[in-house]
Design a protein around this ligand. Structure first.
Ligand code: DAK
Length: 264
């Protein structure tokens, strides 16, 4: 088991946790981590398990150093009909990934295409390596992005750049993705996981109730008009005033010491 305190067994992902940080590695390297039904199911189950695990504060989703994910599994999809039971099931597992309440960091190296790019975009923070290439090439297959690509990409990079990616199907380099705000930062490949873990540990040290409310409030902004979003933010803000961690955080600041958060 090495330094990992827990390692869950799944056929298509490696799920490990080290203290408050869980790392889930997509593990179909021969198929460039193509997102088969089984992989999406394993990923979803692993993420849900960590979401319910009180020891885990932050998750990292990665494909390792070579490739993040080359999209949905085209071999599997080729013969599927639109109402195939597996497509419906897949949607259910995919939706659960979007509903994870803890912060999720994507550590992206190599190709993140189609469903791979959409998976990265449904995470909260994206750290990329210099080799990362993010794109929505679905148009080449006669389809369009189906897991949020047209919506999240447009919100991230703006209409015109999103149109180019979705209509022409060409991927963005890591440097360009950083310039357009599609990734938080770009680091050398060998530092990718280290950087993601360092970000994860930083967040893991913050008071858990405030982190949860902050993620919820930022995500809310995508689905609401400004007035409604501001109201939601205000309610969450006042709710946190009732927490012990809020009192401790402010007291510690005034006493010039490090706060000791309890998650209450
Ligand atoms: N699916 C299945 N296998 C794949 C794959 C994929 N997406 N991508 C790569 N592979 C396999 C290749 O077939 C090859 O397998 P073997 O021939 O060795 O058996 C192996 O991985 C290595 O790939 P290449 O030989 O092609 O490697 P290269 O380095 O030459 O090229 C590449 C890398 C990433 C440029 C190329 O593999 C590529 O273009 N891959 C396809 C990328 C793509 O089009 N991705 C979008 C897929 S469509 C849904 C919502 C969303 C979606 C689905 C459903 N619902 C609402 C239900 C999402 C759709 C998509 O993502």
């Amino acid at each position: 088991m090495g330094k990992w305190s827990i390692r869950m067994d799944f056929a298509n992902v490696i799920a490990e946790k080290e203290g408050p940080v869980a790392v889930i590695t997509l593990n179909r390297p021969q198929q460039l981590n193509a997102l088969s039904y089984d992989l999406v199911k394993d990923l979803s189950l692993a993420m849900q398990a960590f979401d319910q695990d009180d020891q885990v504060r932050v998750m990292i989703v990665t494909g390792g150093e070579k490739v993040f994910a080359a999209g949905a599994d085209i071999k599997e999809m080729a013969d599927q009909g639109p109402f195939d039971e597996r497509i419906q099931e897949r949607l259910k597992y995919r939706d659960r990934i979007n509903k994870i309440s803890k912060p999720v960091i994507a550590a992206v190296s190599g190709f993140a295409l189609g469903g791979g790019c959409e998976l990265a975009m449904s995470c909260d923070i994206i750290i990329a390596s210099e080799t990362a290439r993010l794109g929505q090439p679905e148009v080449n297959l006669g389809i369009i992005p189906g897991s949020g690509g047209t919506q999240r990409l447009t919100r991230a990079v703006g209409k015109y750049r999103a149109m180019e990616m979705v209509l022409a199907g060409e991927a963005m380099s890591a440097a360009e993705a950083e310039r357009f705000g599609l990734v938080n930062r770009v680091v050398p490949v060998e530092l990718l996981l280290e950087e993601a873990k360092s970000m994860a540990k930083k967040i893991a040290a913050k008071p858990v109730l405030a982190v949860k409310a902050a993620k919820e409030a930022v995500l809310k902004s995508a689905n609401t008009a400004l007035d409604e979003g501001l109201e939601f933010e205000r309610k969450s803000f006042y709710m946190l005033f009732a927490s012990e961690d809020r009192k401790e955080g402010m007291k510690a600041f005034l006493e010039k010491r490090k706060p000791e958060f309890k998650g209450k």
